[in-house]
Design a protein around this ligand. Structure first.
Ligand SMILES: [Zn+2]
Length: 138
């Protein structure tokens, strides 16, 4: 059974029970749903106020999305750590030496200020900034 708030063209709202939403549509089409106040059969389903449950579903969805993004960033960090060399604060220097001396083809990662990063990019050195997420945080 399903309960609907029904709205009549007279402006009154009343409740009625149906076995399914299809049943309501069918009965209403045949003009068999009538207003309890004025007997009119011009009835429509009243819009339900959003309830708290759907609200909390939405926010838990958002939390799940944040969690999965975070997980991917952690995976990405692990991948970088596994496959690239940590050069720490020497990143700018190392990136230049790889670019100009073609010293090593191995990827590197490390720290650079936004200014250093934009300098490297201006020199045509391919660098990207990635969100470095704390692995302990979960
Ligand atoms: Zn009515």
């Amino acid at each position: 059974m399903i309960k609907y708030n029904l709205e009549c063209k007279c402006g009154k709202i009343f409740e009625s029970w149906f076995s399914s939403s299809n049943e309501f549509d069918l009965l209403n089409k045949k003009k068999l749903v009538t207003c309890i106040y004025c007997d009119s059969n011009t009835i429509k389903k009243s819009i339900m106020a959003p309830n708290l449950k759907s609200k909390s579903n939405k926010s838990s969805k958002r939390i799940n999305l944040e969690k999965s993004i975070k997980k991917r960033l952690i995976d990405f960090r692990r991948y970088v750590e596994k496959n690239c060399k940590d050069v720490g604060n020497n990143f700018t220097q190392e990136a230049r030496s790889i670019h100009y001396d073609k010293k090593s083809s191995k990827g590197i990662y490390g720290k650079a200020t936004p200014e250093e990063t934009s300098e490297l990019l201006e020199e045509g050195i391919e660098v990207s900034t990635i969100p470095w997420i704390d692995k302990s945080e979960n």
